[in-house]
Design a protein around this ligand. Structure first.
Ligand SMILES: *Cc1c(COP(=O)(O)O)cnc(C)c1O
Length: 384
């Protein structure tokens, strides 16, 4: 097996879920987001572990993700958070994937297919757009669409949901906007009830809202990033610490590789494409078999992302290539040997000196993107 691999600590994953459960009000259902291959961690394994921890629903983004989980024996309800194409609707219904619906055309597509497959009571959730601007009907349209769902005679509105745009923003403006969204959502729910219909499970809380706005948990929460060991943002972490309810999160993924060779560089010798770096003095360069083809992104080198070898941090030199990158180990050839393990990020128990959050901060993104971008070429090794 390749020396480049992502270690997935299922025990850390379960630990995180159990931590989060202490924040969840009694009776509130848990929907764990396993979309995008569980944020890069391995969908089926994370889904199984989430269900073992008591998850009621799993959230996916595509029909293909749903098929993978069904093929691997997952029977739990799958909530599909993005829209699928009309050609996928029949597969979606065959796989019993629960779609978010919010317009007549999409409701009709699912209703027709449910009739064709004789699935009386096929479950859908009504999505309401309260400010994200991505998916959902306007709050004032919710009752009308609930009526449409009911009048299909075959679909059942199992739930009603919305999604926050700023729940990880703890500035007064951010909090105001989240509260406005929540108000609009409650208005939509009231509208549905006043029309004599049942909104079903009402849910809106992602990771940030689950932790920071317990009153917004309603009937179900939909955490994603926190189950993988990261706060939705740094502010959220500080906010909880201030409130005296910090959460002990452990990174689930550790990305590691192995030195494939060590090369002596004389002063002036350059490394990599574009010759962007030249040795200012004699040094040693360790070549690592990981590159942007693995999701170890090219811009990491320009932005000063280091790697850890033997508990010490070393800089990447030159540009990251598709399959390899080069690291300056200076004169440490006594302590560092060819084939030694290199830790790129993850759990400090594995020797990591940085997390996906640290890399995200250095490179202007969020931990979500760092872990999701680790490509399928990197084997996932599942351990407890
Ligand atoms: C991805 C997603 C979530 C989970 O978001 P996190 O910030 O990772 O907790 C919840 N709800 C919807 C609709 C999503 O798309």
């Amino acid at each position: 097996m390749r020396g480049t691999r992502a270690i997935i600590h299922i025990n850390n994953f379960k630990h995180n879920i159990n931590q989060i459960k202490t924040f969840i009000n009694p009776g509130v259902k848990l929907c764990v987001a396993v979309k995008a291959n569980a944020y890069g961690h391995g969908a089926a394994e994370c889904a199984t572990a989430a269900l073992e921890c008591g998850a009621d629903f799993l959230a996916i983004a595509t029909v293909d993700e749903g098929r993978e989980l069904r093929e691997k024996g997952i029977k739990a309800p799958l909530l599909m958070l993005s829209l699928c194409s009309p050609e996928e609707v029949s597969q979606a219904v065959t796989l019993n994937i629960t779609p978010l619906v919010f317009d007549s055309e999409y409701i009709e597509l699912f209703a027709k297919e449910a009739v064709a497959q004789k699935k009386q009571g096929y479950r859908v959730h009504l999505a309401v757009d309260t400010g994200m601007g991505r998916i959902g009907c306007l709050p004032e349209e919710a009752a009308g669409l609930a009526k449409e769902i009911a009048s299909t005679g075959i679909l059942v509105q199992e739930g009603t949901c919305t999604h926050f745009a700023l729940s990880d923003d703890k500035s007064p403006k951010g909090i105001d906007f989240t509260e406005e969204q929540f108000k609009a959502f409650k208005m939509a729910i009231d509208g549905i009830r006043k029309a004599g219909l049942n909104p079903g499970l009402c849910h809106c809380a992602n990771s940030a809202a689950t932790l920071d706005h317990p009153e917004m948990q309603l009937d179900m929460v939909r955490p994603g990033i926190i189950v993988y060991g990261y706060y939705a943002d740094e502010v959220s972490k500080e906010y909880l610490e201030q409130k005296g309810t910090p959460l002990d999160l452990l990174p689930v993924m550790t990305l590691e590789t192995q030195i494939s060779s060590i090369r002596w560089f004389e002063k002036g010798k350059s490394v990599g494409y574009g010759r962007t770096w030249k040795a200012e003095e004699e040094t040693n360069i360790a070549v690592l078999p990981i590159g942007y083809g693995d999701g170890w992104l090219r811009r990491f080198s320009q932005l000063g992302v280091p790697v850890a070898i033997g508990g010490k941090s070393y800089p990447i030199r030159g540009r990251i290539c598709m399959d390899q990158c080069m690291v300056d180990i200076g004169k440490d050839t006594g302590s560092i040997k060819r084939w030694d393990k290199v830790i790129l990020f993850g759990d400090e128990k594995d020797g990591a000196l940085q997390t996906a959050d640290n890399i995200a901060a250095l490179t202007g993104t969020i931990s979500y993107e760092i872990t999701s971008c680790i490509t399928s070429r990197v084997p996932r090794i599942f351990t407890l």
